[in-house]
Unconditional design. Structure first.
Ligand code: PXP
Length: 239
């Protein structure tokens, strides 16, 4: 069964728009769990544009399913992550000006830094996931680095939605990457830009275990509520 991990960053984005206390991403995460989320994901960014340090501490204390913390390789972020007690760490690239995470981690280039930071993140039992574009050389580097998971970046697939040929091409790249990862002993997650319309084909990819979905669920919940939004997404991924 595919597991749905719900990213609560956008709830924090709305709160930060007024620098107040509402909507509370912790209460929202707990409601998401009650509605059937199998895990909660958040991204502590260097610029703290949405999730704050105290949110991660509170989520760790209260999330009962699984807490997946997305982090860049910045030393401050890695030190925070190592102390956080998260169940899973997804390492992502981060650029100050981007609207959301653009592109996967260049694992080939970052191999020396990964060798430095992975032992600390693993010290309290956290699993390591590397967010990568569906490129075989990145998958091979992730296996060599000793990651537990790769999270396949589905942004190019989602972005190609209106062009059937391009979409099929991206889906084929994702499938090849998933097969290669599995053959190398890596577990496979996927995420970015997924919604009710495009998620089915990603859920049907070989070996995929977890989907990380944020924007589409939070946006849909604004209309239909958390229970319906999560129920619909679970139905769409067949879980
Ligand atoms: N996975 C990773 C690594 C991400 O950085 C993000 C965006 O924060 C997501 C999944 C979720 O993307 P979306 O909000 O488009 O569902």
């Amino acid at each position: 069964m595919i597991r749905l991990h719900v990213n609560v960053d956008h709830v924090a984005t709305l709160r930060q728009a007024r620098r107040g206390t509402e909507p509370d991403p912790i209460a929202w995460a707990l409601a998401a769990e009650r509605a059937g989320a199998h895990g909660i994901t958040c991204h502590l960014r260097k610029d703290r544009r949405h999730i704050q340090d105290a949110d991660v501490v509170a989520l760790r204390a209260r999330v009962a399913t699984l807490l997946n913390l997305e982090l860049s390789l910045d030393p401050e972020m890695v030190a925070f992550g190592a102390a956080s007690g998260a169940d899973e760490f997804c390492l992502v690239p981060e650029h100050r000006q981007e609207i959301t995470t653009e592109g996967g981690l260049d694992v080939v280039r970052e191999t020396p830094r990964l060798a430095e930071v992975l032992p600390g993140l693993r010290a309290r039992g956290g699993k390591i996931s590397l967010f990568v574009d569906p490129e075989l050389r990145q998958i091979e580097a992730a296996a060599a680095a000793g990651a537990d998971f790769v999270e396949l970046h589905t942004g190019a697939y989602a972005g190609a939605w209106k062009d059937r040929a391009a979409r099929e091409r991206e889906l084929a790249r994702l499938a090849a990457a998933a097969r290669r990862a599995h053959a190398l002993g890596l577990r496979v997650n996927a995420g970015h830009g997924l919604n009710l319309a495009n998620v089915g084909a990603v859920a049907a990819l070989p070996h995929v275990e977890e989907l990380n979905i944020g924007h589409a669920i939070v946006a849909r919940a604004a209309f239909v509520g958390i229970d319906v939004a999560i129920g619909e997404m679970r139905a769409a991924i067949g879980s």
